[in-house]
Design a protein around this ligand. Structure first.
Ligand SMILES: Nc1nc2c(ncn2[C@@H]2O[C@H](COP(=O)(O)OP(=O)(O)OP(=O)(O)O)[C@@H](O)[C@H]2O)c(=O)[nH]1
Ligand SMILES: [Mg+2]
Length: 488
């Protein structure tokens, strides 16, 4: 007996597609699978259309909020904080897909450290001719050289040998960098991604899960903050599993490299500069390399992946019993991405401009001659003076204050990078107020409509503080929103 199919008996197209009478069992199984898939896609299209109609219906009266700012300023991290606040379950559902990002961040950081060390240890020859008896059987070599004592002085030859051994033992792990990047980007490379970082489009989490991680079953968790093996199953993607296994085997080597006196010394001399997320995950390597690793919320907030184009996120925000849908647009901040912003300026209610004040000693990836604070100020000038945005509620986040504080405590001098800072005191308060004054000045000079600029000093990886500020911003946006609604 033939299994019922989706083809109707009297539809002429169905009749034409009807299975042949001589269909084999194998062909029948393949056909039924294809039909089930076609049905799933068709239902998905219906769902999408329904959602779109619903979205348009509700759009009237919705709030449209844009997150703008240069690359690495913290826009997507701020978006995650909105998600945590208004749609916590959704972050929980995509938790497994962040494993790939965290692994990529670790592998890419190691690759960067080793490439900087290359010039240092290239000078010593013959270190690769070690006897094979010092190798482990699983593809990872075991060095016969003693481990360096953290922070203890070592002679150059010993140090070079240790690094060469670490490089060899870590090479299988480093080799996965490109595959992980491809997994996340779907094979799309973007020119100008200087550090070899990965750009992802909106909805990458679902695509990573569907296309690569295989099916991940999740049980809804009552407490979204609670991470347990029961709430998120281990990813099925063989690549991610393999990288996880390698990390587990290499944990001691990664720890050794990260704490190696040569690495520490290059960092102190600022010949090796690591991004904040690299330091974060290397510091937590014991947890990240554990066999049952699942990214914590803090890990997700620290994970770095560049936004490509514009990603829309919607949240239902309730205030005084009124439910309003917020559309939050998170844009890619790299110079090559900024042209995608303008179509979204129309009808925007509010902007949060994110400027990383810790970046005074950094230069743009896209243009290494431009200081990142300068670029933020230029970009802010363009936003303040844009005619399409002249009535928009404007909020400024002077972000990464935690990193600024740490840099100043380490003795970095602002004057060295921003000469106009002059002989002012190099303490945190003076520095943040100095930067704030520059942004306020840009705003004042480009403020025909005499609108208010709301400024906040933020560290958007700090959930408690950021959620308080989001509540504050929400209230001020709502006040403007209600006033304009009253005028209609
Ligand atoms: N310590 C610290 N890290 C931060 C802060 N804000 C952002 N980060 C980190 O900085 C990195 C870049 O943040 P993103 O939110 O991805 O930056 P973005 O503005 O979305 O960048 P693009 O998508 O390239 O435009 C991430 O690793 C974040 O965890 C902060 O206030 N403090
Ligand atoms: Mg982003």
């Amino acid at each position: 007996m033939r299994t019922p199919s989706i083809y109707s008996q009297d539809d002429p197209i169905s009749a034409a597609l009807k299975p042949s009478a001589t269909e084999t069992d194998q062909e029948r199984i393949a056909r039924l699978e294809a039909e089930a898939e076609a049905k799933r896609i068709s239902e998905q299209i219906d769902d999408d259309l329904r959602e779109e109609r619903e979205r348009l219906r509700r759009r009237k009266g919705d709030v449209k909020l844009l997150l703008l700012g240069q690359a690495e300023s913290g826009k997507s991290t701020l978006q995650k904080q909105f998600q945590l606040m208004y749609k916590p379950n959704s972050l929980d559902q995509e938790r497994a897909s962040w494993t790939t990002v965290v692994y990529f961040n670790v592998v890419h950081s190691l690759k960067h450290i080793l490439s900087i060390l290359e010039s240092w240890d290239d000078s010593l020859e013959g270190v690769n001719d070690e006897p094979s008896s010092s190798r482990r059987g699983n593809g990872f070599d075991q060095s016969a050289t003693p481990s360096p004592m953290e922070g203890s002085p070592i002679d150059e030859a010993t140090g070079t040998l240790q690094i060469a051994n670490l490089r060899r033992r870590l090479s299988p792990l480093i080799a996965t960098d490109e595959q992980l990047a491809n997994r996340l980007s779907g094979g799309i490379t973007v020119s100008g991604s200087g550090k070899g970082s990965v750009f992802v489009r909106s909805g990458w989490q679902a695509r990573t899960i569907e296309n690569a991680l295989g099916r991940i079953k999740k049980k809804p968790s009552a407490d979204p903050e609670q991470v347990s093996r029961a709430s998120v199953e281990e990813p099925h993607d063989p690549l991610v599993k393999e990288v996880g296994r390698m990390l587990q085997l290499c944990e001691a080597d990664i720890h050794e490299l990260w704490n190696h006196p040569i690495v520490k010394s290059l960092m102190t001399k600022r010949k090796l500069k690591l991004d904040e997320w690299s330091e974060f995950f290397l510091r937590h390597i014991h947890r990240v390399a554990a066999p049952d690793y699942i990214p914590s919320t803090d890990d997700i907030l620290h994970a770095r992946i560049q936004t490509m184009g514009v990603a829309e996120h919607t949240f239902d925000v309730n205030l005084h019993g009124k439910n309003v849908t917020w559309h939050l647009f998170d844009v890619g901040g790299a110079r090559g991405q900024r042209h995608t912003w303008v179509p979204y300026f129309d009808d925007a209610n509010a902007i949060i401009f994110v400027a990383p004040v810790s970046a005074f000693d950094q230069y743009l990836e896209e243009d290494p001659r431009t200081n990142r604070i300068d670029d933020s100020l230029q970009l802010f000038t363009q936003i303040c003076s844009n005619a399409l945005l002249k009535n928009v509620h404007l909020v400024l986040f002077l972000n990464k204050t935690d990193i600024l504080r740490a840099k100043l405590e380490r003795g970095l001098r602002v004057k060295k990078y921003i000469t106009s800072f002059g002989d002012r005191s190099n303490d945190y308060e003076t520095v943040v107020q100095y930067f704030r004054a520059h942004f306020l000045q840009v705003h004042r000079k480009n403020n025909e409509n005499r609108r208010v600029l709301y400024t906040h000093f933020t560290s958007v990886v700090d959930t408690k503080a950021t959620q308080r500020i989001i509540g504050n911003v929400r209230d001020s946006i709502f006040r403007g929103y209600l006033q304009s609604a009253a005028l209609v």
